[in-house]
Design a binder for this molecule. Structure first.
Ligand code: HEC
Length: 275
C-alpha cells in the first residue's frame, strides 16, 4: 500500500510540471526491480513471460514453430513490391529499411511531432502517390512492420527526447494518457500494467509496462493474425470500455513515444507471439 502510494506520488503526471523523462525512467526501472527482483531488465522485452514462469514455458514451446513466420515472409514480399512509380518502401528509409526498427518512434523537430515506424511507412506511401493504410486488422502495414522488426532483432531501443517544449509535451501527453483513468471501468493503463502487474485479472496477467513495444507487431493466436501496437493500445482501451483511438493519431503516437522511452536499452524482438 505504502509503495503504491509512493509510486502514485512519484509518477503521477500532475506532480510533473517539471518534466524529467530520465527521472521517470529511473523510477520505473527501480519500481519493477523491487517488484520482480528475479527478472533481469533485459527480459522485459518478453512481456508477461518475463514474470510468469508457467505461461513462459507454453510460449517457448510455441516459439519453436513461430506462428508469424508466414507473416514475415508476406511482409518481405510486400516490402519489396514496387509502388506504381517503381519505388519501394526501402527507398524512404536509412539502410533501405533493413535493421532500422529501433530508430522508431522519434520526435521529428521539423514536423513538431512523434513519428512511428507505421507512420513513416504511410508517409512513404503518400510521398510515392499511394494511399495510406490502416493500422488495424493485421493487413499490409502490420506485415511490412513485422518484416522490418524481424530484420532488426537484437538492435536496441534508445529513444531520445529532445530538450524542446514540443518534444517534452509529446512525452508528457503520452505519459498522461498512461496514468489517466478512463472508460466505464475507470482504469488507467498504469492501474493494470504498473500497479496490478503480475496479479491475475480473470484469465490474464497484465504484463509490466516496461518492454511493451519491443515485440510488436504481435501474432495473436486467439485472433489468428497480426496486431499492431496501436491496435493493441486501442484494444486495451476498449477493454475498460473507453473509446478506442485511431491508429496513427497523435494520442497513440505520443503513447508509443512514452512507452518506448520506458523500454530504452531493450532489444527489438518483434514480431512476437501472444495468445
Ligand atoms: C483492466 C486491465 C488493463 C488495462 C486498464 C489496460 N490493459 Fe493492457 N493488457 C491487459 C492484459 C490482461 C493484457 C494481456 C496480457 C499481457 O499483458 O500481455 C494486456 C496487454 C497489453 C499489451 C500487449 C502486451 C504484449 O506483450 O503483447 C499492451 C501493449 C498493452 N496492454 C497496453 C495497454 C495500454 C497502453 C493501456 C492503456 C490505454 C492498457 N494496456 C490498459 C490489461 C489491461
Amino acid at each position: 500500500m505504502l509503495r503504491k502510494l509512493l509510486v502514485v506520488l512519484l509518477l503521477f503526471p500532475t506532480m510533473l510540471s517539471l518534466a524529467s523523462p530520465e527521472k521517470d525512467f529511473e523510477q520505473f526501472v527501480d519500481y519493477f526491480k523491487e517488484r520482480f527482483p528475479n527478472t533481469p531488465y533485459e527480459d522485459y522485452k518478453n512481456g508477461v513471460y518475463s514474470i510468469d514462469k508457467s505461461a513462459r514455458e507454453q510460449w517457448e514451446a510455441m516459439e519453436e514453430f513461430p506462428p508469424y513466420e508466414l507473416n514475415v515472409d508476406r511482409g518481405e514480399e510486400l516490402f519489396n513490391t514496387p509502388f506504381k512509380n517503381g519505388n519501394t518502401y526501402g527507398s524512404c528509409f536509412e539502410n533501405d529499411g533493413i535493421g532500422v526498427r529501433q530508430n522508431y518512434p522519434y520526435f521529428d523537430e521539423k514536423k513538431g511531432k512523434v513519428v512511428t515506424l507505421e507512420g513513416a511507412l504511410n508517409e512513404c506511401r503518400v510521398e510515392n502517390g499511394e494511399k495510406p493504410l490502416s493500422y488495424f486488422k493485421g493487413k499490409e502495414l502490420a506485415h511490412v512492420s513485422a518484416y522490418m522488426a524481424y530484420t532488426s532483432r537484437g538492435n536496441k531501443f534508445n529513444v531520445q527526447i529532445p530538450n524542446t517544449k514540443e518534444a517534452l509535451e509529446a512525452y508528457e501527453n503520452g505519459k498522461r494518457l498512461y496514468f489517466t483513468k478512463k472508460g466505464q471501468l475507470n482504469f488507467s493503463c498504469a492501474d493494470c500494467h504498473v500497479y496490478q502487474t503480475g496479479t491475475k485479472l480473470r484469465a490474464d496477467i497484465p504484463s509490466p509496462a516496461i518492454g511493451h513495444p519491443t515485440h510488436f507487431p504481435v501474432y495473436r493466436s486467439g485472433m489468428g493474425r497480426l496486431v499492431t501496437l496501436h491496435e493493441r493500445f486501442s484494444g486495451c482501451l476498449n477493454r475498460i470500455r473507453a473509446k478506442g483511438l485511431p491508429g496513427g493519431s497523435d494520442e497513440l503516437n505520443n503513447l508509443e513515444f512514452f512507452t518506448t522511452f520506458m523500454s530504452n536499452g531493450l532489444e527489438v524482438n518483434g514480431p512476437g507471439s501472444r495468445k
